[in-house]
Design a binder for this molecule. Structure first.
Ligand code: CTP
Length: 400
């Protein structure tokens, strides 16, 4: 999440800016606000301060700012400067380096990327001076959102209206995502356990909770990736994030089909699901009944396809495949064997004999071909996911 400084300049769209600020805070961004004196004709600084629970910077010369240099502190703190709404006057000041109030001075001192959401009368928008100022700002790397066409405060429809809060939020998020390490990448993650039917009411399952796979999915989305989460039986809530597509599968066969289909055009596969190695040779089409004299039951199982092996051995150049090795004994030897046989670029080995299922933490060892195994300290599954994805993004050039 980012530290965003919102610059409110004077226009009727200031009342909509309040909703944008509230929504940006809701998704976890930290917000500070700078207001021009003209903005305060439309919305009071008290309203904004109550909303953000932070003092609003609107005067460099006020008593409480006497001993500090508030514009420089704020400029350094800022990761993203958002001018919302941006008037023609403020755009002109920015383009010409004018610093004659708190807002223009602070933005001039800011190095962070700058986004402008203009809202003004259509004549002002089309004025050659405004156009020239915007062309210059764009050349300097400032991003400017196109105003919407719609009813202006003047009572007629034209270009100049501030877009709706939701559109502004997605535009800002798109910009923030551009700078994330997995932006533009698609990642397929599998999570949870498969279920192999015995009869219409029973199945062979396993103890996987889905936590590790879900941690990879949420971390990858936070790093800007588009995620396809193929999940089986999970015991924890699924993420609700527009960047994470949820695809439910039941059997290993269904998961195999889904992984092959989704990975074809993706960059990375994280095979965190616990896939059954065996399925019924023949699934009973009715509930199996026990007989009065029956003491044992024999089920004939046949091997399932090893999804990781199949996909890793057929991957394209540039695609990265990560597998797991769940072991209860001889961790390293078994994991080394899986690295050699499965064709994965990375194997994450973990000892599942010790309270791993459903736990928030795990201790893993990372194995790669032509590199020594790396034993990581015990940490949360979320942190393991973050660390491994950062490592993948840095080490491999993942082609979109
Ligand atoms: N895996 C898979 N398809 C299978 C079985 C396993 O894709 N039919 C994947 C798992 O998702 C994991 C890796 O293979 O990424 C290793 O799984 P694991 O259960 O540790 O090992 P197995 O290959 O099943 O071997 P074994 O049970 O003999 O340890």
């Amino acid at each position: 999440m980012s530290r965003i400084t919102v610059y409110m300049t004077g226009g009727i769209a200031d009342y909509k800016a309040i909703n944008v600020i509230r929504d940006l805070e809701k998704v976890g961004h930290e917000i500070r606000v700078v207001m021009t004196k003209n903005a305060e004709h439309f919305v009071t600084s008290n309203t904004v301060a109550a909303l953000t629970k932070k003092l609003v910077l609107d005067d460099l010369w006020s008593k409480e700012n006497e001993a500090s240099i508030p514009h420089v502190h704020l400029a350094r703190w800022t990761e993203l400067a958002l001018v919302l709404p941006a008037t023609a006057n403020f755009i002109a000041k920015m383009a010409n380096g004018i610093a004659d109030d708190a807002a223009s001075t602070t933005i001039l001192a800011t190095n962070a990327p700058k986004l402008l959401v203009p809202a003004m009368n259509d004549q002002m928008w089309n004025n050659p001076a405004t156009k020239r100022n915007m062309t210059f700002l764009k050349q300097c790397g400032v991003k400017i959102m196109e105003p919407a066409v719609g009813m202006l405060a003047e009572g007629y429809a034209a270009k100049g209206r501030m877009p709706e809060p939701q559109e502004i939020i997605s535009w800002i998020e798109d910009h923030l995502n551009e700078h994330k390490i997995l932006a533009g990448k698609t990642i397929v993650v599998t999570a949870g356990g498969t279920e192999e039917a015995i009869d219409p009411v029973r199945f062979i399952g396993n103890r996987s909770s889905g936590k590790m796979g879900i941690a990879f999915a949420t971390e990858a989305a936070a790093m800007g990736a588009k995620v396809k989460l193929i999940y089986g039986n999970v015991t924890v809530p699924l993420p609700q994030d527009p960047k994470i597509e949820l695809l439910h599968t039941t059997s290993s066969e269904e998961m195999l089909i889904a992984v092959k289909k989704e990975f074809k055009d993706s960059n990375i596969l994280i095979m965190a699901a616990a896939v059954a190695d065996w399925r019924m040779q023949q699934v009973a089409d009715h509930k199996l009944k026990k007989q009065a004299d029956q003491q044992t039951l024999t089920l004939t199982l046949v091997k399932t396809t090893d999804i990781l092996h199949e996909v890793a051995h057929n991957k394209s150049k540039g695609q990265i495949v990560v597998g797991f090795a769940a072991e209860t004994n001889d961790l390293l030897q078994n994991a080394e064997k899986k690295l050699a046989s499965k064709g994965a670029d990375i194997i994450v080995a973990n000892d599942v004999s010790k309270n791993v299922f459903g736990n928030d933490e795990d201790q893993v060892t990372i194995l790669q071909t032509h590199a020594p195994a790396e034993k990581w300290e015990r940490m949360t599954k979320q942190k393991i996911a973050r660390k491994l994805l950062q490592f993948i993004a840095q080490k491999y050039s993942v082609h979109a």
